[in-house]
Design a protein. Structure first.
Length: 112
C-alpha cells in the first residue's frame, strides 16, 4: 500500500573504558520507520530478531539507505500498530531497527 517513511533516526557513539583505562567507541544507529497499511491485512515485514544489512526509507520526498560500514547488521528490536485516525480502515505499521558496530579507537579529536 505505501512505502517506508522515516519516523526517527538516532546515530551515536557509545564509549567504553576497559580495565586498562583504554577508551573504545562503537557506532550505534537506531532507525524507526513506518508505512500505512489496511487494518485487515497484517504487515509482511520484519519480525523481532530479524537482521538486514541496510534499511531503506523515504524522508522529505527523497529515498535514503542506511547501510553502515563493517560487518554489523541492523536487528529488528520492536514493531507495532498505531491508528492513522479514528475511525479509519488504515493503521501505521512501525518497526524499530538497531545497529551496534564493533569497538574501535575513538576519533582523534577526543584526545584520548
Amino acid at each position: 500500500m505505501s512505502e517506508w517513511m522515516l519516523d526517527d533516526l538516532q546515530e551515536t557513539l557509545d564509549p567504553m573504558e576497559d580495565e586498562n583505562g583504554v577508551v573504545k567507541v562503537r557506532k550505534h544507529i537506531t532507525v524507526v520507520i513506518h508505512k500505512k497499511v489496511t487494518a485487515d491485512v497484517p504487515p509482511s515485514s520484519g519480525n523481532l530478531g530479524d537482521t538486514r544489512s541496510a534499511i531503506t526509507y523515504q524522508v522529505g520526498g527523497l529515498w535514503r539507505t542506511n547501510n553502515p560500514a563493517g560487518t554489523g547488521k541492523f536487528k529488528c528490536i520492536g514493531f507495532g500498530l498505531a491508528p492513522v485516525e479514528l475511525p479509519s480502515e488504515f493503521v501505521y505499521w512501525r518497526e524499530t531497527w538497531d545497529y551496534i558496530g564493533p569497538w574501535t579507537d575513538p576519533p582523534p579529536e577526543w584526545g584520548v
